[in-house]
Design a protein around this ligand. Sequence first.
Ligand code: SF4
Ligand code: SF4
Length: 252
Amino acid sequence: MWKFASCDGCQLSLLDCEDELLDVAGEIEIAHFLEASSAVVRGPYDVSLVEGSVTTPHDAQRILEVRRSSRVLITIGACATAGGIQALRNLIDVEDFTRAVYATPAYVSTLATSTPISDHVHVDFELHGCPINKAQLLELLSAFLNDRRPAIASASVCMECKRRGNVCVLVAHGTPCLGPVTHAGCGAICPAYDRGCYGCYGPMETPNTASLTGWLAGHGMAERDLVRVYRTFNANAPAFREQSAALEEDAG
Ligand code: SF4
Ligand code: SF4
């Protein structure tokens, strides 16, 4: 388990597998997981789970070393798969942020952008979510151990909503919901509690963001809010990034 720029929530998903953790530890030798143990086994490794995005020159080098020492490399979470909330820096001058946050910004060594791991090295599988779903992580590990494809759907949150029997908040109440363009995996938690989805799992495989944007605009969402809707945890995921940029361009 490797950490880059992130909040550690996705790594915690593995420790959060309370009922299954001993079984996992029985099947897998956990060689490098600093959040769980300071004991480190030297590589090479069969499988690396990578959390976080690349935001520093040091990390841009470190991910190359992780790739070299890993037979299979899997990225977990919105930071590793899309750049995370910290990719909002990509839209402005990063020095505006460092000046606002740090008393002595000259001591901060950072890149101008936050980028997903796949921008730097080959990635074998991406697991989406902010944070990831622990059941999907277990499925991924099980698939790896049994040399099969992981049963992880690439459909939208709407599909999970239907399976769960949720009332559609978008249709029934006009509540803005990104479910139609968002990757499945959470089990449609937010609509189950009468809230719209805000896209924390990132874009699904074939998202029609233009159509959803038109629907939201037709129901009164202001252009400024539409831009912001796509600029959260997955602002740098291509489908969300391009849609928000198109909206900004239209607004002039
Ligand atoms: S509530 Fe949202 S996710 Fe659920 S079916 Fe409606 S649009 Fe799709
Ligand atoms: S419904 Fe949307 S915002 Fe809520 S957990 Fe699922 S993907 Fe994230």
